[in-house]
Design a protein around this ligand. Structure first.
Ligand code: PLP
Length: 425
């Protein structure tokens, strides 16, 4: 019998890794309380729990004016709109990210300009970003991807030099710090998702951290159907300006869950960070595995997914084969996002989206050169789920044992994959 679970052998990890999201009686109690209070929704904005969440979240990240809202996509659209960025403006985004980082600028009428990543950390390459700056560039959206942070010093230097707005996409970076400063407080805005897979979750939700009270007031207004809001994003204030807005408010039920999540967050993040350091050590001994480089300025690593790279030749197989086999061993993982230039629906000939159709020259994906993102997405990247890092040393040990077992049996696995490919050709 094969040693590999994917070929019928025994699984390395036989018990499931811990469930996410974590919940207990407190979550049930706070939701029950909100239900009984009758104040379920987000109107009038902000509700008491939403206001408390704004305060607590800004404390957690160590700064900014927090405006809770519906999700971590609309946060970026709202940030751009609050900064006065819209139709035909260029916004630089990294090629390796979730599609929201590019669809949010389009929702605001702006053009996402896709640039390559730094292979050391898989985040936006500041040099590539600088080369892409034109007279129309108004903003950069660096993404703190998986378990790393983009080089915020270099990005803020660019912002200063070219007068650009920086929106940090922190969907993966709750609690992370750069030179002791919280992710999302370094740029003009920090965009956070509270969607159910994220390390702070309400099921669906988002928070926009704004650098100034004026920006927060505009953001609060945009998400509350344009009603004027006080400086800092507080209650309605008739003396302030109206904006064009929609309803992207966070519900009080969601805010209540996030408040319990915030209480749990520090100890969960600490545990993940310690186990990630343990994982770094174990993986660094395996030939063909390359750890992503953690910048020394990335002072607190708080992560969503632990990402490492393989060298397929040296490791013995492509990343999709490793990920399929690892999953079968009971270790949850995936190969990560596709590069943005592979997204079919961003292509003008394939959708009726206004921005790609008005500016097709920016969406000539076939002729874009994004070699580093291409290598990560197609050959190298392995994303390990966060729950592996909440299962003690045994959890990490078993994931590492599974990786070693798969590598040991690379010949057999490649042969089986080849046979399957032949069969379904
Ligand atoms: C990098 C990144 N940006 C933005 C988002 C969007 O967040 P949401 O799903 O809350 O809209 C996500 C969510 O998966 C993400 O991973």
């Amino acid at each position: 019998m094969s040693e590999l679970a994917i070929l019928g052998g025994p699984k390395t990890r036989t018990e499931p890794y811990p469930q996410w999201p974590v919940w207990d009686q407190r979550d049930i109690d706070v939701v029950t309380e909100v239900i009984k209070s009758g104040r379920w929704g987000g109107y009038p904005y902000p509700g008491p729990r939403t206001a408390e969440l704004a305060k607590k979240f800004a404390e957690l990240q160590g700064g900014g004016y927090a405006v809770p809202m519906a999700n971590g996509t609309v946060t970026m659209e709202v940030a751009l709109r609050a900064a006065g960025i819209g139709w035909g403006d260029e916004v630089i985004v990294p090629a390796y990210t979730f599609q929201a980082t590019a669809s949010a600028p389009m929702a605001a009428g702006a053009i996402p300009v896709i640039v390559d990543i730094d292979p050391n950390n898989y985040c936006l390459d500041p040099q590539a970003a600088e080369k892409a700056i034109t007279e129309k560039t108004r903003a950069i959206i660096p993404v703190h991807l998986g378990s790393n942070m983009a080089d915020m010093d270099a990005i803020m230097e660019l912002a200063e030099k070219y007068n650009l707005i920086v929106i940090e996409d922190c969907a993966h970076a709750h609690g992370a710090k750069w030179s002791g400063r919280g992710a999302g407080t370094l740029g003009h805005f920090g965009s956070f998702s509270l969607q159910s897979s994220k390390t702070l979750t309400t099921g669906e939700g988002g928070i926009l951290l704004c650098r100034t009270p004026e920006l927060a007031a505009k953001a609060a207004s945009i998400i509350d159907c344009g009603r004027p809001h006080a400086l800092g994003g507080g209650a309605e204030d008739a003396t302030m300006d109206y904006q064009v807005g929609g309803n992207f408010r966070l519900s009080e039920i969601a805010a209540a869950l996030a408040l319990v999540g915030i209480e749990r967050f520090p100890s969960q993040a600490k545990e993940r960070e310690a186990m990630a350091a343990y994982m770094d050590e174990a993986l660094s001994e395996i030939p063909g595995i390359r750890l992503l480089k953690r910048d020394p300025r990335h002072s607190t690593r708080s992560f969503y997914r632990y990402i490492f790279a393989i060298n397929p030749q040296e490791f013995g197989m492509e990343h999709d084969l490793l990920v399929g086999a690892l999953d079968a061993e009971g270790v949850e993982c995936w190969t990560g996002y596709e590069a943005l230039n592979n997204y079919t629906l961003f292509q003008p000939q394939k959708s009726k989206l206004a921005v790609p159709n008005a500016f097709p020259e920016y969406f000539d994906f076939k002729n874009m050169s994004l070699p580093e993102a291409g290598r990560a997405c197609e050959h190298e990247a392995v994303w390990l789920d966060e729950n592996i890092f909440r299962a003690g040393q045994k959890g990490v040990d078993e994931a590492v044992q599974a990786i070693k077992k798969i590598q040991r049996n690379a010949g057999e696995l490649n042969k089986a994959a080849e046979e399957l490919r032949e069969k379904y050709k």
